[in-house]
Design a protein around this ligand. Structure first.
Ligand SMILES: Cc1cc2nc3c(=O)[nH]c(=O)nc-3n(C[C@H](O)[C@H](O)[C@H](O)COP(=O)(O)O)c2cc1C
Length: 190
C-alpha cells in the first residue's frame, strides 16, 4: 500500500500546525486506500543545513541527516502542512527540504496551508521548491483561514466543508503517488 507522510511544517512553540496536521491525519486514517504517518520535523532536531556536501551526492555526515533521510525515503508521497510566514513557507520546513534530494525525487505531494489568507502564498512558494527536487504537486489544496477556521487565531475549528477539501487533495496525491511509484519501479529495472 502507498505510504504517505503528513509533514508538520512549523516548529514554533504554541504552533497551530500540530492541530491542523492531526486533523488531516484523522481524516486520512478514515480512508483505507493508503497508509498515512504523521511526521514532525521538530522531532529530528535539524540545525540549519550543516552538511558539507550537496544533498545530490547523498553522502551525509551527521546522524540527524541520516535519520531524516531514512524517514523521508520511506514514503511514496507527502502532504505538507505549512504555515505562511512572510508570504512563504516556514524556514524550518524549507531547511528540512534542503537537507535531502534523492529521497524526494519522483514522488507526489499535496498541500494544506493555513494563515491569514489560507496559506496560499506559502503553498505557491513551496510548489516552486518542489519542482527543483522533482516532486509532482497536485492541484487540489486545502486553504485554512485564521479568520474562519480558527477561533481567536489559535483554536482550530475548521469549517465543515474543509474535510471535503482534504479528501479531494488526498484523492490526487494517492493517484499521482501510485503512478510515480510505478515509474520508480520501472526505472529501477531499466
Ligand atoms: C513570522 C511570521 C510571519 C507571518 N507572516 C504571515 C504572512 O505573511 N501571511 C499570513 O497570512 N500570515 C502570516 N503569519 C501568520 C501565521 O500564518 C499564523 O500565525 C500561523 O498560525 C503560523 O503557523 P504556526 O502557528 O503553526 O507557527 C505570520 C506569522 C509569523 C509567526
Amino acid at each position: 500500500m502507498l505510504r504517505i507522510a503528513i509533514i508538520i511544517g512549523s516548529t514554533r512553540p504554541g504552533r497551530n500546525g500540530e492541530a491542523v496536521a492531526k486533523w488531516v491525519y484523522e481524516i486520512a486514517q478514515r480512508r483505507g486506500d493508503a497508509k498515512f504517518e504523521l511526521v514532525d520535523i521538530k522531532d529530528f532536531n535539524l540545525p540549519l543545513l550543516d552538511e558539507p556536501m550537496s544533498p545530490m551526492m547523498g553522502q551525509y555526515t551527521h546522524q540527524h541527516t541520516k535519520d531524516w533521510s531514512a524517514k523521508i525515503a520511506s514514503f511514496d508521497a507527502y502532504v505538507f502542512v505549512t504555515p505562511e510566514y512572510n508570504h512563504a513557507t516556514s524556514g524550518a520546513l524549507k531547511n528540512a527540504i534542503d537537507f535531502l534530494y534523492h529521497e524526494w525525487v519522483n514522488k507526489a505531494a499535496g498541500f494544506v496551508g493555513y494563515g491569514g489568507a489560507g496559506g496560499v502564498r506559502a503553498v505557491e512558494h513551496l510548489r516552486l521548491v518542489m519542482a527543483e527536487v522533482q516532486v509532482a504537486t497536485v492541484r487540489n489544496q486545502v486553504a485554512l483561514s485564521l479568520f474562519t477556521d480558527f477561533e481567536n487565531f489559535s483554536i482550530f475549528k475548521p469549517a465543515p466543508q474543509q474535510e471535503q477539501s482534504v479528501n479531494a487533495m488526498l484523492d490526487q496525491v494517492i493517484a499521482w503517488g501510485g503512478a510515480l511509484k510505478s515509474l520508480r519501479e520501472l526505472s529501477a529495472v531499466y
